[in-house]
Write a protein that binds this ligand. Sequence first.
Ligand code: DGL
Length: 280
Amino acid sequence: MKKQAIGLLDSGVGGLTVMKEAMKQLPNESFYYIGDTARCPYGPRPEEQVKAFTWDLTRFLLDKNIKMLIIACNTATAAALPELKRVLKIPVIGVILPGSRAAIKTTHQGRIGVIGTEGTIRSEEYRKAIKKKQQQTEVFSQACPKFVPLVESNQFNSAIAKKVVTESLRDLKRQKVDTLVMGCTHYPLLKPLIQNVMGEQVTLIDSGAETVNEVSVLLDYYDLAEEKTDQPNERKFYTTGSVNMFKDIASSWLKMNEIEVEHVSVEELKGIELNESDRK
Ligand code: DGL
């Protein structure tokens, strides 16, 4: 029998940082990934629009019969997770709670920094999640709107990137946090630069990677984990933007030579309706 895949979505290539960890931790699983590169970035957009875009990507993945959905994007998690969970039958996992839990576990001095897109920081979802579990912890948030365009244009190792990261984190550095949540799935591609600016004493939390630990537990809980079989695992990638740019970033980040990337237009996404059988 064909394996049922896990679906991942993001505004672009950021969710690949989650995908990389998922492939490592869950080698028997098949994955379908969609990046909405044509409409990236989501960060500066109004919440209602991000929610609508997230639904477009979700319907596309549901149409491919996924068994679980990972919202591999903090901005989309902040805007759409409660609604998706309320409406859909399959388990839906966001990246904010796992990132918050890991930060609480890591901090020694109760000083946590959170960096993310404007949408994620404006939503205050990290602050709320951390404070709910540990009221006394201080949370210092900083939106870094210039990071995502650097990653999407494959310039995350450049001299410009170094300058942008240094300038963007200047204020946050003064807060002397001991833990910093990379609250945007694009940011782990800038991790060496972020670590260099913040200093070795600051522990960086990759919200996406933390999410995969929880996905692994949930697969067992819902009895959805695949056994090791002779069936090949599928890893399929879709983008609403440039296939070549996506392929370049994905193959180097995931260290995969053969990578299957298909273009799907935004119009196509909008044409897919939510199947009644996907509702709770
Ligand atoms: N990767 C996304 C996140 O985790 C969104 C970046 C964007 O499109 O602004 O927030």
